[in-house]
Design a protein around this ligand. Structure first.
Ligand code: AMP
Length: 143
């Protein structure tokens, strides 16, 4: 199973915002869409950064609620680890575990084409395990 299989199931829509969006606006987007992160995109459509609920909490913890007026680019992670559609789910799990983050933008030819979260990866892993056990039961019953 690979990233393309996840995108086929969940779709390719990714919520993005520009670097000058305030942290309050980002927090509202996270709440409205019930998600954990927003990709910050540059004018050319390339990924400029990523901002998750953790980044917002960190800013509030160090500067207080006034941090919500700051722009996303002050709090976002600028070195974004991305993946490709052909990458395996095992590879993504390895990256997420090693870097301790829960989201990976999918980029093809420099353009954002999707986003995979740890939730998507776990759901896909469970579906895979269920298919394997059903096949094993079928094999035992008919063997
Ligand atoms: P998360 O676990 O995804 O909520 O993010 C935890 C931290 O990692 C936050 O500081 C994010 O900005 C950062 N982060 C999340 N996803 C990525 C990624 N794909 N590449 C680099 N940093 C990330």
């Amino acid at each position: 199973m690979n990233v393309a299989a996840i995108l086929r199931l969940k779709g390719r829509e990714v919520l993005t915002a520009s670097p000058d969006t305030t942290l309050l606006e980002i927090a509202k987007m996270l709440r409205t869409h019930r998600i954990g992160c927003i990709v910050i995109s540059a004018e050319d459509g390339k990924v400029a950064g990523i901002i998750s609920e953790r980044d917002i909490v960190r800013e509030i913890a160090s500067a207080g609620v006034k941090a919500l007026k700051d722009q996303a680019e002050t709090a976002m992670t600028k070195t974004v680890v991305t993946c490709r559609e052909a990458d395996t789910i095992d590879r993504l799990m390895g990256e997420m575990t090693a870097h301790r983050f829960r989201h990976m933008p999918v980029v093809e030819r420099g353009q954002l084409v999707g986003l995979v979260s740890i939730g998507d990866v776990v759901r896909m892993r469970i579906a895979e395990a269920e298919m394997e056990s059903a096949a094993m039961r079928e094999y035992i019953a008919t063997g």
